[in-house]
Design a protein around this ligand. Structure first.
Ligand SMILES: NC(=O)C1=CN([C@@H]2O[C@H](COP(=O)(O)OP(=O)(O)OC[C@H]3O[C@@H](n4cnc5c(N)ncnc54)[C@H](O)[C@@H]3O)[C@@H](O)[C@H]2O)C=CC1
Ligand SMILES: O=C(O)C1=N[C@H](C(=O)O)C[C@H](O)C1
Length: 251
């Protein structure tokens, strides 16, 4: 039986995770904590894997505390930068289980989004232009989405590897309409009542366009990925920090 604790358990995602863990074979819910609760209650004596879905401003602190307590963590919260990831690696090295500790972070647990991200990285080297539009519910606190940042980084890496230069753009005046430039890729964020989580990756060459689109219509779409990640982290996932559900899929 994999004992799973949830941090951020009262949130939109955390409450779905509690339900998914309760319904998953071979898993049992250990602790369900939210803001104001003491994370020190989570220890290897009561928990095998923690699932963390909170807010970008507190997630790093939570992960560092959980690593110091020696429990493995699956993180869905966004807001991760290279600097924050480096802090997690250092914490693992300095923690109680440097050789066996596992931390897994996924910008997106939905198979549609993971595949869109993967296909975008594959397509990137064939196109002169690339831009991303991410569309979310208006209660989201961060923009652009963690998924869009990850997609942009994948496209940028593929363009660099192929020797492509900057995307063409002769804009001279921009009050913000061209979006945020992430790793050289323009990212546009829409916040609209009625939406959940959506992303479009647009590629262009002279006379042609490719659009890759992923839609998560409800939060249930993230749960198979969360449960898979918990099983992998409790099982044969490598020790250390792993980023991206693609690592657990046969892509
Ligand atoms: N990786 C993925 O597939 C997905 C990631 N997300 C990300 O997950 C995060 C959470 O999203 P939502 O659930 O929609 O947000 P939410 O605002 O509904 O939930 C956040 C929860 O965290 C709690 N919280 C705040 N500070 C805390 C602390 N210090 N300790 C424990 N709990 C604390 C809040 O009280 C709240 O219940 C966001 O970063 C979002 O972008 C959302 C959907 C899918
Ligand atoms: O806040 C959300 O809702 C989502 N956040 C993640 C992100 O920022 O990429 C994943 C998904 O898009 C839903």
């Amino acid at each position: 039986m994999i004992r799973v604790s949830v941090v951020g358990a009262k949130g939109r995602m955390g409450s779905h995770v509690v339900e998914a863990v309760n319904g998953a074979d071979g898993m049992q819910l250990a602790l369900a904590l939210d803001a104001g609760d003491d994370l020190a209650a989570i220890t290897p004596d009561n928990t095998d894997v923690v699932v963390e879905f909170t807010v970008p401003s507190v997630s790093l602190k939570n992960v560092l505390a959980l690593v110091a307590q020696g429990v493995d963590v699956v993180v869905g919260t966004t807001g991760w930068t290279e600097e924050k990831l480096a802090e997690v690696r250092e914490a693992i090295a300095a923690g109680p289980r440097p050789d066996t500790q596992k931390v897994f972070i996924a910008p997106n647990f939905a198979i549609s989004a993971v595949l869109a991200d993967h296909f975008a990285a594959q397509a990137a080297k064939y196109f002169e232009s690339a831009e991303i539009i991410e569309l979310h519910h208006p209660n989201k606190v961060d923009a652009p989405s963690g998924t869009a940042i990850h997609t942009a980084a994948g496209i940028a890496a593929a363009r660099r590897a192929a020797g492509l230069g900057p995307v063409p753009d002769t804009t001279e005046t921009d009050g913000g309409s061209r979006g945020q430039v992430v790793d050289g890729i323009h990212v546009h964020a829409v916040r609209l009542r009625g939406l959940n989580a959506h992303e479009e990756v647009l590629f262009g060459n002279a006379g042609e366009q490719l659009v890759i689109r992923a839609d998560s219509f409800d939060r249930g779409s993230f749960m198979p990925g969360v449960i898979l990640a918990v099983r992998k982290v409790a099982g044969d996932a490598p020790a250390g920090l792993t980023v991206g559900l693609d690592n657990f899929l046969d892509l």
